[in-house]
Design a protein around this ligand. Structure first.
Ligand SMILES: [Zn+2]
Ligand SMILES: [Zn+2]
Length: 732
């Protein structure tokens, strides 16, 4: 080694040596989203070692480094090496960041922080997004609009990332109790460092070791905010276009930043423009404190959010965020499809009443569309089609489907492939059931309309059915149920609309309906008889990856068919209600009036520990103001694909609890679920279970807690019916 090697170069070599020595220690994953050096794969370390060797050999040859002779073989080395420069810990995992914005943009607003005005509608926003030169947009709210501006920042970051435009962002994340703590609030300097790293990640074509040397030098030296602003400025020279979104709410001390950051960025943008006028950097700074507009600035504009308006209609009408950016503005970009397109009227309804909704031309829906085109979505007066033969006698039917609610039966009926006249089969004496008779796929089926919910009605209906249809080999109980949400991130995490299939059934008896009502104890009475051998073998096969995938594919296909129902009202009912409406509250957090002024019997009910008034029971979470920070953060909702939401459907096989009372307590739910390993609660299975081979196929329409609403019932009924048809395809 010679003394002519510069300080910067030595620094780089030392850094490379230090980083390449890290291989052996695998550091544990942090919940903060920060990726540490030890978590990188071997590819990174060998690339660092190669680079180090290449540079060392050059220095050995000549006594002084000729850095230009070496190029980086992978441009990501630039930001990776820089982000691990001592004394810094690492970088925020881009997937983690993306998950966060997806999660935040789906967080429901606290109803008391309702919209005063629509941020997306501000003309300054359009100008900023489409600006042909570097510019800054300040979004100034107040503490009342904290959540609103925070969610907006995440929505915007998500949109820009969706369009594949380069974006760096540090957005505010509301902290939810029970969830692992986010890495915020963090030091101002650290915020700037992460922005610099993210900006570097967008640099696609730089392989210069000289640039790396400078970056390592500046990253390892930078300490103060002023230092990091300088680093950011250097990085900006390397990019051609970049969006930056910063929510100052993530700082421990945002007051100071609100005063100074706008002008700091303004100065940087001026510097960048002077040296590389082609570069376009658009910076958005969001704060709930007054933001100072730099003096003599032409490229800085500001939106001031109006005070929130708490009119409940505004809360309800909070329109779909997907529709907000005018399409003209994004031109070359690809904005996400507005969700509304899923329910648009079919174009050629008279010619082809079904399967108009083939979203994916290459997907499974299209392959099977032709052979399924004969599905008659209308119930009345249809005739037999294709291969299925109409049975001559009632005893020839082998499958009975039981539904307790009209919406459940409607969805199943819509998937009938043929309808037979019920008067062609005379009922046995004493059979009071009403049937819908027809065929699903190659099976002739009877649909038994159970007059109401509950075990005894189901048992009676089942017994009577077997007197008329004596050849029934399999009973399917199809419909909706309350789900056990399961651990976020685990295989058993269940979202609304997921389907559960019974692998066993236990009876429960809850002595109360609502938290605080009646007695507190819930008991599980007995385990019902073991699974029938044919059903249990069928489920064993269904659990294989092959058959699960087949069932999922077919379920999606039939769900598509239902969502293309010729009746517009039905189409709307079967549309996915939106993942943001799948709200899971902490089990102990009660659905009640949260303020004295709301409640007419505060002293007796809502104001007491565990007490809830009648009026609150009848109200929805929005009008009661159940707080969004009491929501449990869910892993699958964070990873939910925005388009084709129903594609995220999951089917769970496990033990169900069956009882006569609707369960409406998160605490009871979780306790029984834990003790009995239950995945869902339903009400009719116990009536059918001991009458012969039986499967319960139900879809989760609520979380079996006090916040339940009817919003998901129709969609859930549709997924259950679709899955049932998929099951029948595999049966027998
Ligand atoms: Zn009340
Ligand atoms: Zn609620």
């Amino acid at each position: 080694m010679t003394c002519s090697v510069g300080f910067k170069e030595t620094n780089l070599l030392n850094e490379l040596r230090a980083q390449s020595e890290c291989i052996a220690r695998k550091e544990t994953l942090q919940a903060t989203g920060i990726t540490c050096l030890g978590q990188l794969d071997e590819g990174y370390f060998s690339a660092v070692r190669d680079l180090c060797r290449a540079l060392e050999s050059l220095m050995d040859d000549s006594g002084e480094p000729r850095w230009t002779a070496v190029r980086l073989e992978d441009t990501s080395l630039l930001w990776k090496i820089a982000s691990f420069c001592k004394p810094h810990a690492g970088f925020l995992d881009p997937c983690f960041l993306r998950q966060q914005v997806k999660y935040i943009s789906n967080v429901r607003l606290d109803p008391f922080e309702a919209y005063g005005d629509d941020i997306w509608a501000h003309p300054q926003l359009s100008s900023w997004i489409g600006a042909g030169k570097s510019s800054i947009l300040l979004l100034q709210g107040s503490h009342d609009s904290r959540g609103r501006s925070g969610i907006f920042g995440a929505e915007l970051a998500d949109h820009i990332a969706d369009t594949k435009k380069p974006v760096a962002y540090m957005v505010y994340k509301p902290t939810l109790p029970g969830s692992c703590r986010p890495p915020f609030p963090i030091e101002e300097a650290e915020v700037l460092r992460h922005l610099a790293i993210q900006a570097l990640q967008t640099v696609a074509d730089c392989t210069s070791v000289q640039v790396l040397t400078d970056l390592v030098e500046s990253f390892s030296q930078a300490k103060t905010c002023a230092d990091w602003f300088k680093v950011i400025c250097d990085v900006f020279y390397l990019v051609s276009e970049l969006y930056i979104i910063i929510d100052l709410g993530i700082h421990a001390s945002s007051a100071d930043a609100a005063k100074t950051w706008p002008s700091k960025f303004h100065t940087i943008l001026e510097d960048v423009e002077a040296i590389s006028p082609e570069t376009i950097i658009r910076v958005m700074i969001i704060s709930c404190r007054p933001l100072d507009v730099p003096q003599n600035s032409v490229n800085v504009s500001k939106i001031i959010l109006r005070k929130p308006n708490v009119h409940p209609d505004l809360i309800r009408n909070r329109h779909s965020k997907q529709a907000r950016i005018p399409p003209s503005l994004w031109q070359a970009y690809q904005p996400p499809k507005p969700r509304a397109t899923q329910v648009e009227a079919p174009k050629s309804q008279d010619e082809s009443p079904v399967l108009v909704n083939n979203h994916s031309p290459n997907g499974p829906a299209n392959e099977t569309a032709a052979q399924n085109n004969h599905i008659d979505m209308g119930v009345a007066g249809s005739v037999a089609k294709d291969c299925i033969e109409k049975p001559a006698h009632a005893r020839e039917f082998t499958i009975a489907i039981f539904c307790a609610l009209p919406i459940e039966a409607d969805a199943v009926l819509s998937l009938f492939d043929a309808h037979w006249n019920q008067h062609d089969y005379s009922k046995a004496p004493g059979d009071d059931n009403c049937y819908s008779i027809g065929a699903i796929g190659r099976h002739n089926v009877v649909l038994v309309h159970i007059p109401s919910m509950g075990k005894s009605k189901a048992a009676t209906a089942s017994s009577q059915c077997r007197t008329t249809f004596t050849g029934i080999k399999l009973s399917l109980l199809v419909g909706i149920c309350g789900g056990v949400p399961g651990e976020p991130g685990s295989e058993g995490e269940r979202l609304l609309g997921d389907v559960v299939i019974s692998e066993g059934l236990v009876q429960y008896d809850f002595g109360r309906q609502y938290p605080g009502f009646f007695k507190r104890k819930a008991t599980v009475q007995e385990s019902l008889s073991k699974l029938d051998a044919a059903v249990s073998s069928f489920l064993a096969r269904l659990k294989t990856a092959e058959y699960t995938a087949l069932l999922l594919k077919n379920t999606h296909h039939y769900l598509d068919a239902l969502q293309s129902h010729p009746d517009e009202k039905r189409r709307l009912q079967y549309t996915h209600p939106g993942i943001e409406n799948d709200s899971l509250y902490q089990p102990f957090y009660l659905h009640k009036h949260h303020e004295k002024s709301q409640c007419s019997s505060w002293e007796d009910d809502c104001g007491t520990l565990g007490g809830v008034c009648e009026e609150a029971i009848e109200s929805n979470c929005d009008s009661l103001g159940c707080e969004y920070h009491q929501l449990i953060q869910r892993w699958r909702t964070q990873n939910f694909e925005k388009q084709g939401q129903e594609r995220n459907l999951t089917i769970h096989i496990g033990k169900l609890a069956s009882g006569d009372k609707v369960i409406k307590s998160g605490e009871d739910r979780d306790r029984v679920a834990l003790e009995e390993k239950i995945i869902a609660f339903e009400m009719e299975g116990a009536g059918l279970w001991d009458h012969g081979p039986c499967m319960v196929i139900k879809s989760i329409c609520d979380h079996a807690d006090c916040h339940k609403s009817k919003r998901w019932q129709s969609y859930a009924a549709a997924t259950a019916a679709a899955c049932t048809k998929g099951i029948l395809e595999q049966w027998g």
